[in-house]
Design a protein around this ligand. Structure first.
Ligand code: KG4
Ligand code: ZN
Length: 405
């Protein structure tokens, strides 16, 4: 069947058309077209996503992207009347429309939902609402072009979802079954990256900027005696001996180089010793704020050090809690997805910590952030699971705080 999927939960407007077939365990997909428009530049001056502006941009982008995706997917563009701006009138062979209905910014979500409803009515197509987080969970199985199929997954599976709006650990005993076992009590990991970047005078979104500086600092190689923010790194034999138990929380004290710069840039690893799987990044952000207040305007070198120490602190916490949960629930598969999952240091540390104890999956770089391929996939899997039932089009509403269950 052919699926048209729409994503507008935050600052990306995205539409794709895919062919999908097979049962959940053996589903395969072919991307016919995948188009998107990022609003990053528009929101950059606000230092974050401004919901009413996002709504305005989605409304403007959706019809343009629809024409583009139809043209790319079907060579018969002319026959469809696309050239005359009549793309809405005739169903070009779409069997299902999938749309994100939460979580996210409600004004932004509504634009996609309203657009999808209109199309579904005109094209007489069933409409499948998709939970954005379920999309992120299936995103590591996808490609942004060509063909792909769902690999064999061993359960239980543990997903660490890390984005600008979410930081969650989710346990799945089977396909499309979820239990949130931990989440952030305040800021999301990506949000903390964005806020700290702002404090350091770096542009939005801050994740890639901080990551770049941190990588530069790591590569500079002149500070060999610094114990970088790694979990359970062995001290000499090169063997990784990671387990949640052997993490040395006290090594934070060794992270800076007080002698050379005259002060320590050590930051806390928030909630690392708490008994649950929750996270908290707001205190870490405040610690950076105090540090900057104490030292005054940081120069380029100090910015790099703070960036590295901050990234280490976030990654240590994420990896530590994930491994603790993996051990407790005996997870056989670990999925890391969402905008922050493209962070190189997180990928490296997670790979080393998981080792051969479970299958570790990250999305292709292009699919770490918000995209409509993952929405089409999740929509199809839901469609199959629910025996092709989709519900009343008019009943569909945006749910900003939608949770996985
Ligand atoms: O999933 P996403 O594209 O949108 C949301 O649903 O939030 O995630 C965006 C977040 C932003 O906070 C951004 O700073 C962060 O992902 N991010 C990163 C990196 N690339 C993007 N964080 C850390 N390191 C990165 N390389
Ligand atoms: Zn997202």
């Amino acid at each position: 069947m052919r699926i048209l999927s729409i994503e507008t939960s935050c600052d990306d407007t995205a539409i794709s058309i895919m062919e999908a077939k097979g049962d959940i365990e053996s589903a395969s997909f072919k991307v016919l077209a995948n188009v998107s428009d990022s609003q990053i530049k528009i929101h950059a001056s606000y230092g974050g996503v401004y919901p009413m502006l996002a709504k305005r941009e989605h409304i403007k982008n959706l019809p343009i992207l629809l024409k583009e995706v139809l043209k790319k997917a079907f060579l018969k563009g002319k026959a469809l009347g696309i050239q005359k701006g009549l793309a809405f009138l005739k169903n070009p062979g779409i069997d299902l429309i999938a749309v994100t209905y939460g979580p996210g910014l409600e004004p932004a979500l509504w634009t996609g939902i309203t657009f999808a409803k209109e199309l579904a009515k005109k094209w007489k197509t069933p409409l499948m609402p998709v939970n954005h987080m379920e999309g992120h969970i299936v995103s590591p199985f996808a490609k942004d072009k060509g063909k792909f199929s769902i690999p064999k997954i061993n359960f239980p599976a543990l997903s660490l979802l890390v984005s600008g709006g979410h930081t969650e650990l989710i346990l799945s005993k089977n396909w499309l079954q979820y239990k949130i076992i931990g989440e952030t009590l305040d800021d999301a990991a990506g949000e903390a990256f964005d806020k700290v970047a702002r404090m350091l005078g770096l542009p939005y979104p801050g994740g890639p900027e901080i990551s770049k500086l941190a990588e530069e600092e790591r590569k500079s190689g002149s500070r060999k005696h610094i114990v970088y923010g790694t979990l359970g790194r062995s001290d000499g034999d090169g063997q990784r001996k990671f387990s949640a138990e052997n993490f040395r929380g006290d090594r934070n004290n060794m992270l800076s180089e007080p002698k050379k710069i005259g002060f320590s840039v050590a930051l806390p690893r928030p909630m690392i010793h708490s008994k649950n799987f929750d996270f908290s990044f707001s205190g870490l952000k405040t610690a950076v704020l105090y540090l900057i207040k104490k030292i005054g305007k940081p120069d380029a070198e100090i910015k790099r050090r703070i960036a590295m120490e901050f990234e280490n602190a976030v990654v240590d916490t994420l990896v530590y809690k994930t491994i603790k949960a993996k051990e407790k629930y005996k997870a056989k598969t670990v999925i890391v997805a969402g905008g922050v999952s493209c962070n190189k240091h997180l990928q490296k540390e997670m790979k080393e910590a998981v080792g051969k104890s479970a299958k570790l999956l990250f999305p292709q770089k292009e699919l770490t952030g918000d995209n409509s391929i993952m929405i089409g996939m999740a929509g199809y899997l839901r469609f199959i699971k629910k025996s092709k039932k989709t519900g009343e089009i008019s009943d569909l509403k945006a749910k900003g705080n939608l949770r996985l269950k």
